[in-house]
Ligand binder design. Structure first.
Ligand code: ZN
Length: 142
């Protein structure tokens, strides 16, 4: 086990145990999307406040495995303050990364999200990692 794997595992567990932006907006004030991942049993709700093409704020709730919850915490943390376009680009990069495909590392600072790159070695977990991002995408398109 490399020390990089250890570092990534710590980052993931940190988001899982101390999630960021976990909570709930009044549904009249935010876009609300519920999604689940039946293969693992992960359930998630993503809420977005979008104004003038910008993601002003985001929250998530749900329960599921550490990968799905950590990913939601990282995702909400990353997209708050981004333009919708930028968030969609980050989503593409993220999905490529967890599927083990090539991605442009230099375009956006991935920050903690990079810790999930090891998921690409476990195809059954890709849906866990992708859940929050798919929900965010659906919300943006509503
Ligand atoms: Zn899962």
């Amino acid at each position: 086990m490399s020390s990089l794997d250890d570092l990534y595992r710590r980052v993931i567990m940190d988001h899982y145990q101390k999630p960021k932006h976990r909570g709930h907006f009044d549904e009249s004030e935010a876009i609300t999307v519920n999604m689940n991942n039946p293969t693992c049993g992960d359930r998630i709700q993503i809420q977005l406040k979008i104004e003038d093409g910008k993601i002003k704020d985001a929250r998530f709730e749900g329960d599921g495995c550490s990968i799905s919850m950590a990913s939601a915490s990282m995702m909400t943390d990353a997209i708050i303050g981004m333009d919708v376009e930028e968030a969609m680009k980050l989503k593409e990069i993220f999905l490529s990364m967890v599927q083990g495909m090539d991605y442009e590392q230099d375009e956006i600072d991935l920050g903690d999200i990079e810790a999930l790159q090891g998921v690409s070695k476990f195809p059954s977990r890709v849906k866990c990692a992708a859940l929050a991002w798919k929900a965010m995408e659906r919300g943006v398109r509503l």
